[in-house]
Design a protein around this ligand. Structure first.
Ligand code: CU
Length: 643
C-alpha cells in the first residue's frame, strides 16, 4: 500500500472506530481513546506523516526504556534518570515573604544613533544554571535565558523593544545533552537523533514573519547541531510594528513546551511607544514592575518536581493533563515580598504557570486599575477588585498603595484548579501569591524624591474595540475535545476539531482580514485559546443547554456542528465578557459547556493595515490551548494565512 492510500485507510479506520466506540460508550470513551491512539500510531509511524520516522523508532526504544506497544510491558525507569523516585518537599513549613521580589535585568532591544532608536541584533542563550527559589532551599538546576551563563535568570531578562524598530535576536541553545525534567516520547515530541534538548523560541503576542514565529517543528539543539524539519534560520526578526504592549518569550519545541517552561525558559518582552504612552502618565522606572507568577512543586533537595508517571501510564508513561504546584513563585521566588511606598505602582502581571489559573485579590481590598491586557491597552481603564488570569494571560494594572489601610497587603489567589470546577486553593499555600509591605514615611531615602505625579489615565487607546476593525469576512467553528478513560474519567489526550497538529491545515484566514470564531468547549475545564500572529477578543459567551449530552455525543461521533444541530443547543444564558478583557488579547478564556464568540484580527489593529511582512510564508503559524500540558498533547492546530 502506498503511503497516501495507507493514510487514507487509517483515517477511514479512525472514523469507523470513532463512530463504533462512541455508539458503544457515548460518555466515557475508553475504547475510543485507545482506538484513536492505535490509529495515531499508524499515522505517525507507518505513513509519510510529518513526524519523522526516527521519532517512531525512538518511541519504541526511548532513552528511559519506555514506549513498548504492550501496556503490560512495564519497564521501570533506570535509577540514574530524572524519573528515579525522589522525596517530594512539603511546602507547609516554607516560610513566606522572606525573599525580596527580584526584578529581572532589562535588555534594551534597540540602539541609539544620533539620538534616534535604531535596529540592533542581540544574542540570547539558553543555559543550564542554578536558581534559588527560596531562602531556605538550596540552589537547584534550571534552564534559563540570558546573555551569558552568569547572567541567565529564572525568568529570563526582560527585553524592552521600541515600536517600529526591528529587533534581531540570535537564540543560542547551550543546554546539555539531557533535559532536567521528564518528558514523554508518546506525545508528539521533538526527539533529536543525536541527543540534546530541542528548543525554539516563540515571542508570545508578537506580529512577526512565520520563519521567526518559533514553529514547534523549527527546533534546534546545542550549537544548531541538529534542527527540526521547519527550521530555517538562526537569527529571528521581530519587526515590532504592532501597538505597544506586554508580550513574553518562551520555549515552543514540539512536545517539550510544558517541561521546558517548567524548567525556566520564559521571560517578558515589552514594546514601547513613547509618543503614545508618555502622555498616559503611568508610573514608570522603579515604580513600573513585572510580576511573573508561576506555580511549582519541589523535591526535598530543592529541585523542580515534575510528575514522572502519567495518569494513564499504559497510554502515556509520563504525561498528565495538568501540572499544579502548591508553591507560588513570583519572578522566580517562592512567595516573595515587595517593599512599596505610599504611591502608585504599575504592575505588569503575567500568569506563566503551565496549567494553573489565578484569581487574584489584594487582602485589604485595594483595587486594580487595569490599563491593558496582553499586548494591548484598554479603550478605557477598568477598576476591579479581582483578576482572573489564565495561563499566559497578562493584566497591566496600577495599584495606589497610598490608599492602603494596612501596613502589609497580601496578594491572594482563589482560583480552583483545574479551573473552574477543580480543587480549592489552600489558604496557606497556593492561596497566597506575595506580600506588599508599605514603607512608612521617613524610613527611606525615597522621601527625598519628587512627589508621585503619575496617574491612572482616563482614556486608553482608540483601537481597542472590536468595532474599530473591518467587519469579519469568514466564520469558523472550533471545537475543543478531551479523551477520557473509563471508568475513572482520566484524561489521555485533548484535541481541536478532531485533528492533530500534523494533519493538513483547515484554518486558512486571509491576511489583512478579521474573522469570527465560534469556540465550542465540550470538555469540563476552561481553556486559554492562543492564536499566533492574530489578536482576538471575546464578544459573547453563551451556555450550551445539553442536559443529556445529546449534542456532545453527536459531536464525538460526527464532529459536525451542522448535522449535530448546534443552534438547537446554544440557548442558555450568556455570561458577560469582563470589561478588563475587552481589548485585543493574545489569549481568551474559553469556559466549559459554552460557545464563545471570538473576533480574530489578522491585521495590525491600531492602524487596520496588513502586516508589512509576508505572513503567508511557510511554515505558517499555529493556534492552541495555552495549558501547556494540553498544547503538548495535542490541543494545537496549524494556522496558515493566505493572500
Ligand atoms: Cu486546554
Amino acid at each position: 500500500m502506498g503511503p497516501r492510500i495507507q493514510q487514507l485507510a487509517a483515517v477511514l479506520l479512525a472514523a469507523v472506530v470513532v463512530v463504533a466506540a462512541a455508539r458503544e460508550e457515548p460518555r466515557k470513551n475508553y475504547g475510543l481513546d485507545h482506538s484513536i491512539e492505535a490509529v495515531m500510531s499508524i499515522l505517525n509511524c507507518k505513513s509519510d506523516a510529518l513526524i519523522p520516522s526516527y521519532i517512531c523508532s525512538v518511541i519504541s526504544k526511548s532513552r528511559w526504556g519506555w514506549g513498548s506497544d504492550d501496556p503490560n510491558d512495564d519497564q521501570t525507569p533506570p535509577e540514574s534518570s530524572p524519573a528515579a523516585p525522589r522525596p517530594v518537599r512539603s511546602a507547609i513549613n516554607l516560610t513566606k515573604y522572606v525573599d525580596a521580589l527580584p526584578q529581572m535585568a532589562k535588555i534594551r532591544g534597540y540602539g541609539i544613533w544620533h539620538g534616534r532608536p535604531v535596529p540592533i541584533q542581540l544574542t540570547i542563550g539558553m543555559y543550564q544554571t542554578t536558581w534559588q527559589f527560596h531562602r531556605d532551599m538550596p540552589p537547584t538546576p534550571v534552564f534559563a535565558y540570558g546573555q551569558t551563563p552568569e547572567t541567565a535568570t529564572f525568568p529570563g531578562p526582560t527585553i524592552v523593544a521600541r515600536h517600529n524598530v526591528p529587533l534581531y535576536i540570535k537564540w543560542e541553545n547551550h543546554l546539555p545533552d539531557t533535559h532536567i525534567l521528564p518528558w514523554d516520547p508518546t506525545v508528539p515530541t521533538a526527539i533529536p537523533k543525536n541527543g540534546g534538548v530541542p528548543t525554539v523560541v516563540h515571542l508570545h503576542g508578537g506580529a512577526h514573519p512565520p520563519q521567526s514565529d518559533g514553529s514547534a517543528f523549527a527546533w534546534f539543539t546545542r550549537d544548531f547541531r541538529e534542527t527540526g524539519p521547519n527550521w530555517t534560520q538562526q537569527v529571528y526578526s521581530y519587526p515590532n510594528v504592532q501597538a505597544p504592549g506586554n508580550l513574553w518569550y518562551h520555549d515552543h519545541a514540539l512536545g517539550l513546551t510544558r517541561a521546558s517552561l517548567l524548567a525556566g525558559l520564559l521571560a517578558a518582552y515589552v514594546i514601547e511607544r513613547p509618543e503614545l504612552e508618555t502622555p498616559m502618565n503611568l508610573p514608570c522606572d522603579a515604580h513600573d514592575l513585572h510580576l511573573i507568577i508561576a506555580d511549582r512543586k519541589f523535591y526535598a533537595n530543592g529541585s523542580i518536581f515534575m510528575n514522572t508517571t502519567g495518569d494513564v501510564p499504559s497510554v502515556h508513561p509520563e504525561w498528565q493533563p495538568e501540572y499544579f504546584g502548591e508553591v507560588i513563585t513570583v519572578n522566580g521566588k517562592a512567595w516573595p515580598f515587595l517593599a512599596v511606598h505610599r504611591r502608585l505602582y504599575r504592575l505588569r502581571i503575567l500568569n506563566a504557570s503551565n496549567a494553573r489559573y489565578l484569581n487574584i485579590t489584594l487582602s485589604n481590598g485595594l483595587p486594580f486599575h487595569v490599563v491593558a491586557s496582553d499586548s494591548s491597552y484598554l479603550f478605557v481603564p477598568v477598576t476591579v477588585t479581582n483578576l482572573v488570569l489564565s495561563p499566559a494571560e497578562i493584566f497591566d494594572v496600577v495599584v495606589d498603595f497610598s490608599l492602603s489601610t494596612t501596613p502589609e497587603i497580601e496578594m491572594l489567589n482563589s482560583a480552583p484548579y483545574p479551573f473552574p470546577g477543580g480543587n480549592n486553593t489552600d489558604p496557606n499555600l497556593d492561596g497566597k501569591v506575595m506580600k506588599f509591605v508599605i514603607i512608612p514615611y521617613g524610613q527611606d531615602d525615597d522621601d527625598d524624591m519628587p512627589a508621585d505625579t503619575s496617574s491612572v489615565p482616563k482614556h486608553g487607546v482608540p483601537y481597542a474595540s472590536v468595532d474599530s476593525v473591518p467587519p469579519p469576512v469568514a466564520s469558523r467553528y472550533i471545537v475543543l475535545y478531551e479523551n477520557l478513560t473509563k471508568p475513572d474519567n482520566l484524561s489521555t489526550r485533548l484535541y481541536i476539531n478532531g485533528l492533530r497538529l500534523e494533519d493538513p491545515p483547515t484554518e486558512k484566514p486571509r491576511t489583512g482580514t478579521t474573522e469570527i470564531w465560534y469556540v465550542i468547549n465540550l470538555t469540563g475545564d476552561n481553556h486559554p485559546l492562543h492564536i499566533h500572529l492574530g489578536t482576538l477578543q471575546a464578544i459573547k459567551m453563551q451556555q450550551l443547554v445539553d442536559p443529556n449530552d445529546t449534542f456532545k455525543n453527536c459531536m464525538l461521533m460526527l464532529n459536525d456542528t451542522g448535522r449535530c444541530n448546534l443552534s438547537n443547543y446554544v440557548t442558555g444564558p450568556t455570561t458577560p465578557v469582563p470589561d478588563e478583557e475587552k481589548t485585543w488579547k493574545n489569549v481568551v478564556k474559553i469556559p466549559p459547556g459554552y460557545v464563545t464568540t471570538v473576533v480574530v484580527a489578522f491585521l495590525l489593529v491600531d492602524t487596520n493595515q496588513p502586516y508589512p511582512f509576508d505572513a503567508t510564508a511557510q511554515p505558517g503559524y499555529v493556534y492552541h490551548c495555552h495549558i501547556l500540558d494540553h498544547e503538548d498533547n495535542a490541543m494545537i492546530r496549524p494556522l496558515i494565512l493566505v493572500p
